[in-house]
Design a protein around this ligand. Structure first.
Ligand code: ARG
Ligand code: ZN
Length: 472
């Protein structure tokens, strides 16, 4: 009996003490930050309790052994009192962690790296966490069988991270809702190039056989859009007629094949700026790997990665993502159609504005399965509604792309060209360098166009049935 009473009393005393300290205005006890942001598809991606403002990565890579080593310095703000907080890191060895310059205890379970600072962090406090780590970063297999994370190539490697592969090469708050600026410094053996997001601030010899490339991404970036590409690329730079600096890195084998599409990249950037509003970043470009390196291209910020020489339509797609996906990022991985629907529709717009198939014809081709107009028209575009993918393995499936584009075309049919293009530009401006949910978009679309678009949402965006041709 006595024993039992004591056990009950202990927590009560602790609670009483906490209340007392809270009332007297002294430090409120911090608590652990959440180990995930409860994304509907990737609940453990990202972490709660803090907001990263900046990542400083300083990484050395050995192409011969595949070993990566260095430090990640995160500058973040605590959004609650924190006794501990998590970063996401998949694989690799953590050699040491400091918070505010003082050694911090840490432990690892799965991809959660839990850090316990020597002193608690207060709500609103800005702090600096430094993680020293090394190892051979892993390639991550996605639910749909494609590869991301760290991919070794014939002469180097490339880091890509949609949706969750970036945690394979640097620790962080790996969810698109926490965007931050980046400085990515890459140290590689002489003779190699190392390319990343943003602008090259410096390129120097370290006096010990390595070249040090310092890249700076000044605008907020979701971590899945970060890249590091190491190899023997041919580097070329130019500027779009509208003034956007362009830097391309192309493996020698793909140089000739890439030239026709990459020569048009400056024009594509300026075309997008006219249609979608000012280009959101300080530079543009491309990284072209050997064909077969990845089964897809990725819209890594300012500098998409291509797997083999791209066609101009693919360059249009990845460039359109700079507005839709990179500048306006999804609030969760369920909102992926906001990325892919827009990027696909941008291809349709490019085509109709450059003497090709009109968007209306392409829309009809999907309804009719007419592969003469679009070879993708036979893909299972109606398998599920774009705003409701059946699971994390399906976020890159055909409906997210093609039916997503058809949703946008339906808005255009209802609102007319003038209101539709005003909406597209307005949306890119409204959420520039931010995040958005599907509900944010549908509310904005109705408000901006002044149209009741319920039928478009109910049938095309959320409806389980295969939509029929609209009566016009
Ligand atoms: N977002 C990329 C694009 O369409 C495609 C990524 C595909 N990833 C995947 N796991 N299937 O531009
Ligand atoms: Zn895409």
């Amino acid at each position: 009996m006595v024993h039992r009473a004591l056990r009950l009393a202990a927590p009560a005393v602790v609670a009483l003490l906490a209340v007392t300290t809270a009332c007297t205005g002294t430090t409120v006890q911090g608590r652990p930050g959440a180990s995930g942001l409860r994304d509907p598809f990737f609940p453990k991606a990202g972490n709660g309790g803090y907001d990263v403002r900046h990542y400083g990565l300083d990484l050395t890579y050995e192409p011969d052994t595949g070993r990566l080593s260095g430090t990640a310095v995160l500058t973040a703000t605590a959004t609650q009192g924190l006794s501990s907080f998590n970063l996401d890191l998949d694989g690799l060895d953590v050699q040491g962690v400091t918070v505010q310059g003082a050694g911090a205890r840490f432990n690892r379970t799965g991809h959660e790296l839990t850090i316990r600072p020597a002193g608690e962090l207060e709500k609103g406090e800005e702090f600096r966490a430094e993680v020293r780590y090394a190892g051979r970063p892993r390639t991550v297999e996605d639910g749909d069988g494609s590869e991301e994370g760290w991919i070794r190539t014939d002469d180097g490697a490339v880091g890509v991270g949609e949706p969750v592969g970036s945690m394979a090469w640097f620790p962080g708050n790996h969810h698109p809702s926490d965007k931050a600026t980046y400085d990515i410094t890459l140290r590689v053996p002489q003779g190699y190039e190392a390319v990343s997001n943003g602008e090259l601030r410096s390129r120097a010899d370290d006096g010990q056989g390595r070249t040090v490339f310092a890249w700076h991404a000044a605008e907020p970036m979701a971590s899945y859009l970060a890249t590091a590409a190491i190899g023997r690329y041919k580097i070329s730079t130019t500027r779009s007629p509208g003034g956007v600096p362009v830097l391309n890195a192309v493996v020698p084998e793909e140089a000739a094949g890439s030239a026709p599409a990459l020569e048009r990249l400056p024009e594509v950037v300026d075309w997008g700026s006219r249609l979608f509003g000012p280009y959101p970043f300080a530079s543009a470009g491309a990284i072209v790997e050997r064909s077969g390196t990845l089964g897809y291209a990725l819209e890594t910020q300012t500098r998409p990665v291509y797997s083999g020489a791209p066609e101009v339509e693919l360059v249009v797609h990845e460039t359109a993502h700079q507005w839709f996906g990179d500048s306006v990022s999804p609030a969760s991985w369920k909102d992926m159609w906001l990325n892919e629907g827009f990027a696909t529709y941008a291809e349709w717009l490019w085509s109709e504005q450059h003497g090709g198939v009109r968007a209306q014809e392409r829309f009809e081709a999907f309804l009719d399965g007419d592969t003469d107009v679009d070879p993708s028209a036979l893909e299972d575009w109606a398998a599920f509604p774009p705003a409701v993918p059946p699971g994390p393995a399906r976020i890159s499936d055909a409906p997210v792309y093609y039916r997503g584009a058809m949703v946008l075309h339906r808005i255009r049919q209802e609102a007319g060209d003038e209101a539709f293009f005003d909406l597209v530009r307005g949306w890119a401006a409204e959420r520039r360098h931010g995040n958005a949910t599907t509900a944010d978009f549908t509310a904005y679309a109705e408000e901006r166009t002044g149209q009741d678009l319920d039928e478009v949402w109910d049938v095309w965006l959320y409806g389980q049935d295969r939509p029929k041709a609209p009566r016009r």
